[in-house]
Ligand binder design. Sequence first.
Ligand SMILES: *Cc1c(COP(=O)(O)O)cnc(C)c1O
Length: 352
Amino acid sequence: MGYEKNLRKVVPYVPGEQPQNTNIIKLNTNENPYGPTPRVEEAIKTIKTDVDRMRLYPPVDAGILAKAISKYYGIDEKKLFIGVGSDDVLSVAFLTCFNSEKPVLFPNITYSFYDVWADLYKIPFEQLPLDENFKINREDYLKENGGIVIANPNAPTSLEMPLEDIEFIVKNNPDSVVIIDEAYVDFGAETALPLLDKYDNILVVQTFSKSRSMAGNRIGFCFGSEKIIKAMNDVKFSINSYTMNYPSIVLGCAAVEDVDYFNQQCAKIIKTREESAAELKKLGFKVLDSKTNFLFVSHEGVKAEKIFADLKNRGIYVRYFKKPIIDNYLRITIGTDEQMKALIDALKEILA
Ligand SMILES: *Cc1c(COP(=O)(O)O)cnc(C)c1O
């Protein structure tokens, strides 16, 4: 078994459970409880009639989808990179932008994929502690580094870092690429996209998985300077050029074009979030000030792990991270009003 020593060993990212039982209330992986725009259903019909298209490779730049995203954000296509979910975009960005001997910096509590990619690509990194209120201290990011990655709003804390602080970090690190992961930005936070006009060293990553309700289609993208995007494409074309499949290109286009539906759904989730936060506070939970489609909560009297297990027994799945610092917190995805009512009712029984 001599070959075993040559196998690459990584400790993989652990995604939230995806139970196949459809009877459960699933509030554990930050999916959108509403379907994508009805235009996606219409677009599926065009794919059906054009099934012969499948024998051809898709456009390497995602063609019409790139045009639609570029148009929606009003940013040149040359500054756009599209990937198979933002996990793919982030992975290519790590591989492309973090090639220094100096450590890449990110918070100790954040999206738990960052340290996995850093390990996989043998990128040195340092995780900087959040403060006692789970906030990111911008001054911490002035030390020598080979790059920076910040989820804003941060996950799983749900907290937004002010744009002013993001700009401070980008401005004071001209020799590093600063990646801002905006997976949740559409739920009430401020995007860093306008900083692209002033700085070349920022990369803003977003996804269709949460706010556009298309996690199953795997569409993510980022905007950055032409130089960074070109370098990312060179890396991507050295691995696999045709990543975005034809149906996802067509369906993604339909999703991004329905601006009204998008705005309505985001507003609906924000409203449910605020109402749910108020209910949870009444039940004795500390609720962090979320700008995302989830709440990060901790109960004053009952341990998170117990609440997690009791909810699961009742068929309600939320996320629990058995990790230092956050091991008494639960991350609860915002579902429909009915789902949130079921959650609150279950919690009333559990806490009684
Ligand atoms: C969900 C999420 C992503 C990735 O989502 P994709 O489905 O791969 O687009 C990236 N970053 C954070 C912080 C997330 O929560």
